[in-house]
Design a protein around this ligand. Structure first.
Ligand SMILES: NC(=O)c1ccc[n+]([C@@H]2O[C@H](COP(=O)([O-])OP(=O)(O)OC[C@H]3O[C@@H](n4cnc5c(N)ncnc54)[C@H](O)[C@@H]3O)[C@@H](O)[C@H]2O)c1
Length: 307
């Protein structure tokens, strides 16, 4: 089932439980605005490359729309649409005065140089600058983007509108970013895991964790869980996967990934097939890469839960 169909199905179920007016339900399913732009940049070798960028603004009834920008080869409008809708529900459930949006560019950031990524981000910002803004729509980092990407958006947007640090969140601290933002989503994973384990009368200490994805969210979740006494027994990223039933040394793995752009080649564990990460034996599985990877629950694996 594609992400938009699944998200809309869940929303319709919730709408029925809330006895939501059918006109309101229909209006909440249709996004406020869908933006699709072509981003052509000169590559470092002098050739031209074109990419498609999206920004879906789902709803602004509760405040400016808010949501990440993803750089990934599989970015598509249906998925961005679903993620934008989820942002609306997320800001509403957390009761913060924002709506929901999401964006992305269909590209492989690992295949682009830093200067190509900068040109791409600046061209994308030029194409959408009049449709985002402090009181309109505030982008943030997501998969494949980071504080540097936000700094480029901030700088490019400010050329048109004057200095506007609040146009993005997740920017570097020196440009007005928030302390703790980098770790925030991974810390949220820790808090959610603690709350979940508590329901089973357990704590993080002594539990065995498997994490798919070792980027911003996965690496912070790994660090914080391991500092809280959890044992991370397997981790994968786009380059490979490693396993160590005695627990992976997270600071060493972080150093390795910074130097080698991925977990592949780490000598603090055995290399395993990345495709098997989701069925590795564990107490808690944390999918911190792409969405939609869990489509079946196999109870014989004796997992506590997945989320
Ligand atoms: N960064 C945030 O604040 C934030 C907030 C909310 C939700 N999220 C969600 O968390 C997830 C991870 O985001 P992030 O910011 O950590 O991204 P990131 O780009 O920093 O890291 C993504 C990680 O996933 C790995 N990966 C990509 N494709 C993979 C694949 N096919 N198999 C295994 N690993 C793969 C990458 O190698 C990398 O380690 C995304 O789904 C994102 O939407 C992130």
């Amino acid at each position: 089932m594609n992400a938009l169909v699944a998200t809309s199905r869940n929303f319709k179920r919730a709408a029925r439980l809330l006895s939501l007016d059918s006109k309101l339900e229909k209006s909440l399913l249709i996004p406020f605005r869908e933006i699709k732009v072509e981003c052509t940049i000169p590559k470092d070798d002098g050739t031209l490359a074109s990419f498609v960028g999206f920004r879906i603004q789902h709803d602004n009834a509760r405040g400016p729309m808010k949501g990440g920008i993803r750089y990934h080869p599989e970015v598509d409008p249906d998925e961005v649409n679903a993620l934008a809708q989820l942002m609306t529900w997320k800001t509403a459930v957390a009761n913060v005065p924002y709506g929901g949006a999401k964006g992305g560019i269909g590209c492989d950031p690992g295949e682009l140089s830093i200067s190509e990524l900068e040109r791409l981000t600046r061209v994308f910002t030029q194409k959408i600058h009049d449709l985002i803004g402090v009181h309109t729509d505030v982008p943030a980092p997501d998969m494949g983007t980071n504080p540097q990407t936000m700094a480029w958006i901030l700088d490019e947007y400010s050329k048109f509108h004057g200095y506007s640090p609040a146009v993005v969140t997740g920017k570097p601290i020196d440009l007005g970013g928030s302390l703790g933002r980098d770790a925030a989503t991974g810390r949220g994973v820790l808090f959610a895991t603690e709350a979940l384990l508590k329901e089973y009368g357990k704590s993080i200490t002594g539990q065995r964790f498997v994490i798919q994805g070792f980027g911003n969210v996965g690496s912070w979740a790994a660090q914080l869980i391991s500092e809280s006494g959890g044992k991370i027994v397997a981790i994968s990223d786009v380059t490979g996967a490693i396993k160590n039933s005695n627990g992976i040394d997270i600071p060493s793995l972080l150093k390795h990934t910074q130097e080698n752009r991925g977990v592949k080649g780490f000598n603090g564990g055995d290399s395993i097939d990345p495709a098997s990460i989701l069925v590795e034996d564990c107490d808690v599985l944390i999918p911190a890469a792409l969405g939609g990877v869990i489509n079946k629950f196999v109870s014989s694996l004796n997992r506590i839960h997945t989320f």
